[in-house]
Design a protein around this ligand. Sequence first.
Ligand SMILES: [Zn+2]
Length: 498
Amino acid sequence: MKRSMAALASAGAIAAVVASMIAGAAAPAVAAPKSGDEGRIKNVIYLLGDGMGRTHVTAGRERFYGAAGRLNMETMPAQGYVQTYAIQKNSGQPGQPDFVPNLVTDSASAATAWSSGVKTYNAALGVDGKGQVVPTVMELAKKAGYRTGNVSTAEITDATPAGQMTHLLARGCQGPVYSAKSCQDTQITGSELPTSDIRVVPAAKQIARNGTADVIFGGGLSRFDAADEQALKDQGYQVLGSAASQTVASADELQAASGDKVFGLFNKGNLTVEKAKQDHPDTAEAKEPKLAELTQKAISLLDGKGAKGNGFYLQVEGALIDKRSHANDAAQTLEEIKAFDDAVKVALDFAKADGHTLVIVTADHECAGFNIIEKGSFTNAEAANPPVNVDSGNPANNSTPSRPGGNTKDPSRSTGIVNGAGSADPHNFAPATFRTPDDAADVADGSPEASLWLTYLSGNHTGADVPIYAYGSGSDKVQGTIENTDLFGIVADALRLR
Ligand SMILES: [Zn+2]
């Protein structure tokens, strides 16, 4: 069933009134504008935890700051939720007659939503649901004289960072060695496109040549080749490490970097997860810069150098929250949430001192149905006979799990706590347990005594709304429930791009 444009418009109008009432009732504390500039926003720092759902935030808080604590992102005054759904291939936009939603998004369609303000199909970057190229807010900011930066712990050609800097029918088209097939999508275009069409030019080729981001930090060096490195140098980029020799950038090079345009990739693939760095401190990978350090350096390279008095637009992605959630690795997921939140603190500290910076923190989608369960309990997946749904649409809600033989755990489905003795068993559906700062000093991770019990529903994305937090002038737009496509307008308006 399709909703009419009129229904959408009136629903939108009501939502706007409600939002303004809410915003009026609880106006967030915003840094006072500095003299003569009337709160003008010069900079936007947009941070996202890939795959970071509401429970990821709660679990991160409890793990690192205790039950009564707060992550840095949770201290931000404006808070709300983001609708993350995508659309099917060849679908129109919401409100159009040919609108067909896809309720679970991937990172590509989500990145396109906030980068370009359109819903698109999963795997699409910088094109709408029908494959038409749409401009990105980073491209518009660059054109308007802002400095621009793009930082990620993933390969920089991966969907989230690439969403601001490329236009692709298929996110797998990354480079340099690729099959032409991975770049084409004839379901969208009807026939194969010539290789000169931007929509089938690999992400690395586009990023190395279009100058969309002045500062590029992340992983994915193996996506780039000698010709890409030369193209970057021809545009004046200071290249840390070398694509030609496949030498990754080092933390020392990062510290010394001082160019207006800097390109540094610190791993051939994704950056190394923080827990692996902690567990193996003597490896080369352990010396890779943390996301907070990359964020700090990017801000210092971008700040105060925009044309026409303009500032900068910086996107920062904590990518490995998602990648480790896909793997149902709670220990690594938690450390990635902490590393991302530490980068949020860097952005917030800058914004508070600056007074002209809007900071937005959100996610693209939830990943893996992360759950906090009661200490000492077990999941349905571990049960001898997982319960059937006995709700049956009856208005009298009766969803108490009914198990023949009682509420018992099946040892063949659960051999113990997954980050404890049972961790090697692939059939183990058990929770992973973690100590928190509230636990007694002798309580260990992976023990039944630890208070934080975590489980996963699946190894894939879910359709849950994600949280959003904002600080600074313009943060009042980030209240209540918004569409991921609204983020395009919120940033574009903050930077006066439309
Ligand atoms: Zn994912």
